[in-house]
Ligand binder design. Structure first.
Ligand code: 5RP
Length: 236
């Protein structure tokens, strides 16, 4: 996605921010632009308190002087703004391309609203073209990998599971000290069933399927920003 489209989506989300809000800050290149814009508004006097979804976002926000908290001190958030790797028409997401899915999901679940910022290339008819990140504990990796493969097969999907590496060839560790298995599924016909089956596998910490969490999305296209869902909607 071009930076201009990412920025258009980020700017649309910035307009939702009101003084006094408790915000969740996403991770990734689109969320980074949102945090840049938020930093500029904080520098102009906007008062908010924020929780980051990754160490990278925490460092960026601190460098911009954005007041930061934790979910221990601020366990309920008004609004989380985050990117996504895929979004479907029902606001189901694949996330975790930036390896932050676990904290992203915890922060989104603690928020009354989660608004996704993305370009139209992320909007799909069926989830699964983007490899599904599955965060697993390092202990028992091969046994967990087999159980994950069985869960995927039981859901009706199939595809290769690839342990995520860093560019230098070492195994990637998430902020939580876990590994990521990327499931190359091509399409996920039943995301709810797959998510439920993966959640039952011992050793799986979280999957990158975000279901029932996003309340709206800003989808940026060259001709303008499309709104999916209800930007005022709140989860109970
Ligand atoms: C990080 C994520 C990101 O939100 C997702 O990868 C999108 O990133 P980008 O805005 O760089 O395309 O889930 O874990």
């Amino acid at each position: 996605m071009s930076d201009a489209l990412k920025k258009a989506a980020a700017d649309a989300a910035l307009a939702l921010v009101a003084p006094g809000m408790r915000l969740g800050l996403g991770t990734g290149s689109t969320a980074k632009l949102f945090v840049d814009g938020l930093g500029a508004r904080v520098a102009q006097g906007l008062q908010v308190i924020c929780v980051a979804t990754s160490e990278a976002t925490q460092a960026q926000a601190e460098s911009l002087g954005i007041p930061m908290s934790t979910l221990d001190l601020t366990p309920e958030l008004d609004l989380t703004i985050d990117g996504a790797d895929e979004v479907d028409a029902e606001l189901r997401l694949i996330k975790g391309g930036g390896a932050a899915l676990l904290r992203e999901k915890i922060v989104a679940a603690a928020s009354r609203r989660m608004v996704v910022i993305a370009d139209a290339g992320k909007l799909v008819g069926t989830l699964g073209r983007f490899p599904l990140p599955i965060e697993v504990v390092p202990f028992g990796l091969e046994a967990t990998r087999r159980a994950v493969a069985a869960a995927i097969a039981a859901s009706g999907a199939n595809g290769e599971l690839v342990l995520r590496k860093r560019p230098d060839g070492t195994t990637l560790l998430t902020d939580g000290g876990h590994f990521i298995l990327d499931a190359h599924l091509g399409s996920i016909a039943d995301p709810e069933r797959l998510a439920a089956l993966l959640n039952q596998v011992p050793g799986v910490v979280e999957s990158g399927l975000f279901i029932g969490l996003a309340t709206a999305a800003f989808i940026a296209r060259p001709e303008g920003v499309q709104i999916l869902g209800d930007i005022a909607a709140q989860r109970d």
